[in-house]
Ligand binder design. Sequence first.
Ligand SMILES: Cc1cc2nc3c(=O)[nH]c(=O)nc-3n(C[C@H](O)[C@H](O)[C@H](O)COP(=O)(O)OP(=O)(O)OC[C@H]3O[C@@H](n4cnc5c(N)ncnc54)[C@H](O)[C@@H]3O)c2cc1C
Length: 381
Amino acid sequence: MEKFDIIIAGAGSIGVPLSLFLSKEKYRVCVIEKNHSPGQGQNKAAIGGVRATHSDSSKIKTCLKSIEIFSSWKETYGDDIGWQKGGYLFPVYSESDKKVLLELLKVQKNYGLNIEWIEKDDILELVDGIDDRGLLGGTYSPDDGSASSILSSNAFYFKSLEYGTTFKFNENINEISKKENFVIRTNKGEYESEYFINAAGSHAKAVSLMLGVDVPVKPDCHMAAITEPLERFMKPMVVDIRKGEASSNCYFYQNFEGQIIFCLTPSPQIWGYDRRASSEFLNESAKRVLSVVPSMKNVRVRRMWRGLYPMTPDGFPVVDFDAGGIKNYILAVGMCGQGFMMGPGTGWVITEILSGRKKKDDDMVINFKLERSYSGQEKLK
Ligand SMILES: Cc1cc2nc3c(=O)[nH]c(=O)nc-3n(C[C@H](O)[C@H](O)[C@H](O)COP(=O)(O)OP(=O)(O)OC[C@H]3O[C@@H](n4cnc5c(N)ncnc54)[C@H](O)[C@@H]3O)c2cc1C
């Protein structure tokens, strides 16, 4: 039986950067992935938004680390992952939304985040053609940004290979047992390891149940679409928090190739594993995007897709050690709508903890325990 120090389930937004940091630290790492190549689960569905401006300290700290890694990747390793430091803009059209964002701003500033309330004229500079009728201003965080989830996953994968990670593709984990070590059985073989890390995304619950540990993660469907490339007219990711007919928010940005990528949060939520795209999304999202930037009305949409947020009841991830009382069983799951931006920071902090440089209750993970009430709510899921 092949033996490793650490086996990771899933070569996705979390598993790939995690394997990179662990291998760099000289652990013998194996990533088992049921798809044929890295990033083919929900990673490739992510539209690439990366922000630290959350409402929870562990998420903020993890994403600040991720931003450091994304933003310096090209300079450090040479690959272009499409990183753009365009910021996040939350334009506001009502007094009630203004109140909510100003309250949140206080919390975010307390965490030292670079975010400010900006006026209408500043917004017009950031997004040419934004509807300024009734625009009251908005919050803007210039250090946030975006990157291509596909280019990032490939870059992390090749670096991880270079550091010595073994990837087993087209292998489905079917059974896991634990005595002294973990024994992982796939459709192709059996592997042994001292540590087992569950990074199986929207399938995290099924994988965890193989060890008898339940995790409250279920698939929550979201769709996105991409347009033809356009001359640059907007800098930030725009998040419109107004409620729509069938959506609770909508967000879009112009990527490094000039294309607009847009997404919304369906209301009510759509649960399940059905990934077939539906034209209802396009009706709702086109209306929403045009209500913010009316001049986009003749832009052609090239492609749309549907993916799954690995959702938890409170919108926060689960990153935990010795989970369910099983020694060396690590959970890095329930990333909700932020797994791409959480990936590098989560991989880095798990490696720091396993290497003994940080404690298991470090600030970056303290709020992500499996055993918690799940009664809180992330304000900007
Ligand atoms: C439309 C849309 C837009 C999004 N936009 C953003 C965004 O802008 N920014 C952001 O940060 N996030 C975004 N997300 C969320 C993000 O895609 C997810 O949070 C993230 O991909 C989850 O990462 P993960 O590693 O947990 O899961 P995945 O990336 O899905 O990786 C898990 C892997 O585990 C594998 N696996 C599962 N079970 C097994 C098994 N039994 N055996 C072997 N392999 C297995 C899967 O095949 C998969 O490859 C978006 C999601 C959607 C759907």
